[in-house]
Write a protein that binds this ligand. Structure first.
Ligand code: SF4
Length: 279
């Protein structure tokens, strides 16, 4: 049994909040480059260059990539041979978010749903904890912007809708979203499971590095096919036209009930932020 003080979690979560919001991943920058090679709209190419430049400035000057610094979504993979000491895990994570958003001068975006009164410190964070084998803790902080989260949906298809039903729903979702999620987007899709599991897995699918292949050979061609259809919509970078509406489609699939066919689509804007650490 390895003992880990929860204060270390607070420190790490705080750092990850700042890093995620200021340092766009190399995989996203490379995806911009690949998109520029394929894009034929001059304005689209110009926007992709601006997005890269924006990311460069954010990193160099340690300022947020976007004014919307997001809802702090924290994924924890907790080794079952870890003994947490010194306090409460959830409170330690909330304190990390509080400190990270305060010290990093990140916008606080969380409010009461009715009064819209801001909680003032970007808490509560949404924390997903999973018990895994081992004696380490993996923490991933993935701040999610409101514009792209608003365009996400869960639906319960019928089994007879089949793969064609999935394609139709995902492409239609991107079409109806238009410029709202600040394209180019990454489209996270979860097929199967239950309603709540599909929603969570669609978001988790966004953590996969851009440009990587799906480990399920059945899903690789489906991802390419849906991406091709999406990029025929002509929405383009920032919705101003072009071939680059989405950079990738990521799919996770789970078995489902014989009477059900859940489908979740989580749309992620080009500020594809997530940082992780293992302690
Ligand atoms: S959707 Fe993304 S890029 Fe657009 S405002 Fe929100 S965080 Fe920023």
């Amino acid at each position: 049994m390895r003992e880990i003080d929860v204060k270390l979690m607070t420190e790490k979560v705080g750092d990850l909040c700042v890093k995620a919001n200021t340092d766009l991943g190399e995989d996203v920058l490379q995806a911009f480059d690949r998109a520029m090679e394929k894009e034929d709209s001059p304005l689209g190419i110009e926007i992709l260059k601006e997005l890269k430049e924006n990311a460069r400035i954010a990193k160099a000057e340690n300022v947020p990539i976007c004014q919307d610094t997001g809802f702090a979504v924290v994924f924890v993979e907790l080794g079952q041979d870890v003994h947490l000491a010194g306090g409460n895990l959830n409170e330690a994570i909330q304190e990390g978010v509080r400190q990270g958003y305060r010290d990093g001068y990140l916008r606080k975006s969380i409010c009461h749903p009715f009064t819209r009164a801001n909680t003032g410190d970007n808490t509560p964070a949404v924390i997903h904890t999973e018990l895994v084998p081992g004696d380490t803790i993996k923490i991933t902080v993935a701040p999610k912007g409101g514009g792209s989260e608003n365009m996400s949906r869960v639906t319960m298809l019928t089994p007879s809708d089949g793969v064609e039903g999935i394609k139709r729903f995902v492409v239609q979702r991107v079409k109806e979203s238009g410029s709202n999620p600040c394209p180019p987007t990454i489209v996270g899709v979860a097929i199967g499971g239950t309603l709540e599991q599909a929603a969570l897995l669609a978001k988790k699918s966004l953590l996969r590095p851009l440009g990587s292949k799906n480990s399920d050979p059945e899903l690789n061609p489906l991802e390419s096919e849906i991406l091709t259809e999406i990029n025929k919509l002509g929405i383009g970078p920032q919705g101003l036209g072009g071939r680059t509406t989405s950079l990738a489609v990521h799919i996770i699939m789970m078995p489902c009930h014989i009477a059900s066919f859940p489908l979740a689509v989580n749309i992620q804007c080009h500020v594809q932020r997530h940082k992780e650490t293992i302690i």
